[in-house]
Write a protein of this length. Structure first.
Lengths: 114, 112
């Protein structure tokens, strides 16, 4: 089945220690998104790629970076995690166009910062 | 700009009772609307979507939603709640630039 895969599902890191979260997709979608979701809140968009075109949200901290080496993979790098970065991180994909923007989500990575 | 308001951060129903989760939207263009469900420690799963075809949209797991332009609403319903429906539900509208605008979410509790 075509899907969005996130690894690892659970990640524990130490305060200030860089961490990388991974997302891959078999849907061949042009657009890939990274969201941060804290407890009982809506997902908050951090940035997205339209092919290799990177689009950062204005309020995304510089501590968060992303890479998309090819269509299938996208990475979220947190350079110096703080306690406030503990959250669920969701990857999603969609096809672009003038019509609806249905997004397909991965299962998420739960990040714990000690 | 587009926005979504979900009325009620928590809704509690008895098993077998009607489920009604409310969503109102604001959009300067004809909207495309979505309902997603999220189970604990999982990603978001699409329940249903409105894309300007039929105003009554049927989704998975017995859910449906009706688009009412005059009321700018897209409420989610299910005739008979099941314990497995307990989850968080998000309404979303298509925004600009390949984005979705989410509501704050409604946690549904189902009592036995």
């Amino acid at each position: 089945d075509a899907m969005v895969i996130q690894n690892p599902r659970y990640q524990v890191t130490q305060f200030g220690k860089p961490v990388t979260l991974s997302c891959s997709q078999t849907l061949n979608h042009n657009v890939m998104y990274w969201y941060q979701q804290k407890s009982s809140q809506a997902p908050k968009l951090l940035f997205h790629y339209y092919d290799k075109d990177f689009n950062n949200e204005a309020d995304t901290p510089d501590n968060f970076q992303s890479r998309r080496p090819n269509t299938s993979f996208c990475f979220l790098d947190i350079r110096s995690p703080g306690l406030g970065d503990a959250a669920m991180y969701l990857c999603a994909t969609s096809t672009p166009g003038p019509y609806y923007r249905e997004q397909f989500f991965g299962p998420g990575t739960r990040l714990t910062v000690l | 700009a587009q926005s979504v308001t979900q009325l009620g951060s928590h809704v509690s129903v008895s098993e077998g009772a009607l489920v009604l989760l409310r969503c109102n939207y604001s959009s300067s263009v004809p909207p495309y609307l979505f309902w997603y469900v999220q189970y604990p420690n999982q990603g978001l799963q699409l329940l249903l979507k409105y894309t300007s075809a039929a105003t009554l949209v049927k989704g998975i797991n017995g859910f449906e939603a009706e688009f009412k332009k005059s009321e700018t609403s897209f409420h989610l319903t299910k005739p008979s709640a099941h314990m497995s429906d307990a989850a968080e539900y998000f309404c979303a509208v298509s925004g600009t630039g390949n984005k979705l605008v989410f509501g704050a979410g409604t946690i549904l509790r189902v009592k036995s």
